[in-house]
Design a protein around this ligand. Sequence first.
Ligand code: BG6
Length: 462
Amino acid sequence: MIKFSDEFTFGAATSGPQSEGNFDKNHQNIFDYWYAKNPQAFYQFVGPDTASNFYNSYQSDLPLMKSAGIKALRTSIQWSRLIENFETAEVNQEGAYFYNHVIDEMLANNIEPYINLFHFDLPIELYQKYGGWESKHVVELFAKYAEQCFKLFGDRVKYWFTFNEPKVILDGEYLYQFHYPLLKDGRKAVQVAFNLNLASAKAVGRFRKILGNTDAKIGTILNLTPAYPASEAMADKKAAEFAEDWSNNMFLDPAILGSFPKRLTNVLAQDHVLWHATSEELATIAQNTVDMIGVNYYHPFRVKQPDISPLSLTSWMPDIYFDEYDMPGRVMNVDKGWEIYPEALYNIAINIRDNYHNIPWFVSENGMGVADEERFMDSDGVVQDDYRIEFIKNHLTALHRGIAAGSNCSGYFVWTAIDCWSWKNAYHNRYGLIRDNIHTQVKTIKKSGHWYHDLSANHILK
Ligand code: BG6
């Protein structure tokens, strides 16, 4: 039996583009655009147009979430819904009406809003006009949009986040071709990494001006994938060192410490791919660090020395310095293709405690995506998802050890509340505590949702 403190928050996470549906939206984001252009890129041709219909059903979805024990909900505002004119950040009134009501309904249901400003959903026109995150102009437009959000909703929202998983923007859009525009360009990825850090810092700066004298807090949400070497061999350890810097520290360091890891910038400079940055921009990053961090954790990052030398003639990609390593005997979620390794959450807790000033943090996503959950439905239509309960338990157990060791973690947010649309995978893997029948939009609490309710009521993990 493990006891979490009374202050510990049990919540859930989702995002605007994955839950709302496109109803009444004036602008397309990159996924809306990509789906309209190439629906076959998405599992069973299912796009973001309906998602889990949150736009129309938030008034009934939120009480359902409450019944599943969710005390705080992390979701995101869609830039493409809230803003009418991206250059001036003029607000779209319908968009503002929607988010105002969603926030009010959350509060009415005693669900604390955790609001994120960007979850992969770049307005397509900003890519078409400026190259999206390759452009410093877009960085400035993001800061203007953030400012509007703080002004509109800052009277009720206490927890703010600039980005969700900036690293995935690099991976999906600029390196490994799983998000539009499907590029493979390591040099651009490096610049985008810098620009995203700068955008986050600028948004933090606007936050300090507008909400700095309130009790509101701002952070960023990073997917941390601790890098483990395949062996104790020096070459494998070096590969893991680079993977750790590239995947985790390139975002953790500027967000919390205000500067980039020297070990990484040295390599990038030596390879002639280091980003363009002015001293003024570096000062902005140094001066605008976050109050807290959200950590999305799903799987570890096992690496080994690359099969071919980094000196081989090839275009620059970060993985010239490591190969991924499939550890024999690993526990897998085969549906998603991710290793299950709860111990990493303990390692993350200790890393934050020891190397990042023990900054306040929480698990902003963790969960298990499983295909064909109808397999596990009982005669009442309730998904008997014992595997999900087991997954959450094991991760909470590892996390609790980190907290007992002094790490400053204040909550656990499961991904996700209601089954939601998962980008290219659409509804292939379901993560929710609540099942969504996507044909009828009837939503039913799974066994895990009932279990989570008891957990969040008692704070006791049995
Ligand atoms: C995280 C994202 O990377 O993982 C979510 O923040 C995403 O948006 C989740 O849905 C699960 O991954 P996937 O690819 O199965 O949807």
